[in-house]
Design a binder for this molecule. Structure first.
Ligand code: ZN
Length: 352
């Protein structure tokens, strides 16, 4: 009988120092075991020795053998903080920071980034460092209350907002905060960007505005966190933008590119002397179906077409593309309207 090898079998072999390549030729691998072997070989780990030569095997993108939490012994937390897995994330954060700075989405030492790396641990950027010039060794480990336990530099003062997002939205694995000028312009004016104009924005972004509070305060974090159930990009009034992703820190950064490009484009469109064209509610429904299949939240998912494109706040006159109700209004609606009219007439006559 052929043996079926699972991921657990392979992990057990690695732990007990066996060579995972010495499996029987006719062994059948489960899909996760196959992924494990591919990562294992890609990492160059040979004969139970890691490429780093420290005798300990660590696989690319794999979690430590035992999950590390903020309650783990300090030595374990430090080892995790210095592991290849976390090193890779530190480099990704530096890369995203550089892109934020190059695109002028951050100014001075503004902006911050966090990645969840365990049940109650996040890796985050330091305070008082330009996001364009961070080094992997500048990063910090904090628990979900913001207490720092690893990293030479002090963690960002705005970490509480990132952590509140992660607590309220368990799917958030990464958060990015910055001050992109066009999107921040909307946040300063308190104007929600209009909808039904560009597919990219409809599919990948779900935007809401949080009221202004002093940056870094728990109150600010709470007001943002109140919105992250149905929105992945929050305009922070008179301040900037914060986004979260269920995939990666780069994906959280992409939300910024998409929002900023969108705000810039519609500002241009609004200056061309004609009301911008919008897609139809049916076309928007199609995009929302794609959005749902990608696991991206949107408060409009499940709404009727007539409720989809509410652009009331948008001053240059973006109108809903749905046709006004015709004669075929259902009798139920007609009855309701008649009742409302009767009550209104009654009230009006009493007021005379
Ligand atoms: Zn800020």
């Amino acid at each position: 009988m052929k043996s079926i090898i699972s991921l657990r079998d392979l992990e057990e072999m690695v732990r007990s120092g066996k060579d995972v390549r010495s499996l029987p030729n006719d062994a059948l691998l489960t899909p996760s075991a196959r992924d494990f072997l591919r990562d294992f070989e890609g990492n160059g780990a040979i004969n139970g020795k890691s490429p780093a030569g420290n005798g300990e095997i660590r696989l690319r993108n794999s979690a430590p053998a035992k999950p590390v939490t903020s309650k783990s012994p300090k030595a374990e937390i430090d080892a995790y903080f210095n592991s290849p897995q976390i090193q890779q994330l530190k480099e990704q954060i530096c890369d995203v920071g550089r892109r934020l700075w190059q695109r002028a989405y951050v100014d001075g030492n503004g902006g911050n980034i966090a990645v969840r790396v365990g049940e109650d641990i996040a890796l985050c950027t330091p305070t008082l460092v330009s996001k364009g010039f961070m080094k992997p060794e500048d990063m910090c480990f904090v628990d979900l209350e913001g207490n720092q336990f690893c990293g030479e530099k002090k963690r960002t003062s705005e970490i509480l907002m990132h952590l509140q997002i992660m607590k309220r939205q368990p799917r958030a694995v990464a958060t990015v905060h910055c001050h992109p000028p066009y999107a921040t312009g909307f946040a300063v004016a308190g104007v929600q960007p209009p909808t039904c104009m560009i597919p990219e924005y409809e599919v990948f972004s779900s935007v809401a505005i949080a009221p202004y509070r002093t940056p870094g305060t728990p109150e600010m974090g709470k007001l943002v966190a109140d919105l992250v159930d149905k929105h992945n990009t929050i305009l922070m009034a008179n301040h900037g933008v914060v986004s979260w992703s269920h995939l990666s820190v780069e994906d959280a950064y992409f939300k910024m590119e998409i929002l900023e490009a969108y705000c810039r484009t519609i500002l241009v469109a609004s200056q061309l002397g004609r009301p911008p064209n919008t897609m139809t509610p049916a076309q928007l429904q199609d995009l929302l179906k794609i959005k749902q299949s990608l696991g991206i939240p949107d408060p409009r998912i499940g709404l009727k077409e007539c409720e989809l494109c509410d652009n009331n706040e948008w001053r240059p006159g973006v109108a809903c593309a749905i046709q006004p109700k015709s004669e075929s209004t259902s009798s139920h609606d007609a009855d309701a309207e008649a009742a409302v009219q009767a009550i209104t007439d009654q009230i009006m006559s009493q007021m005379k």
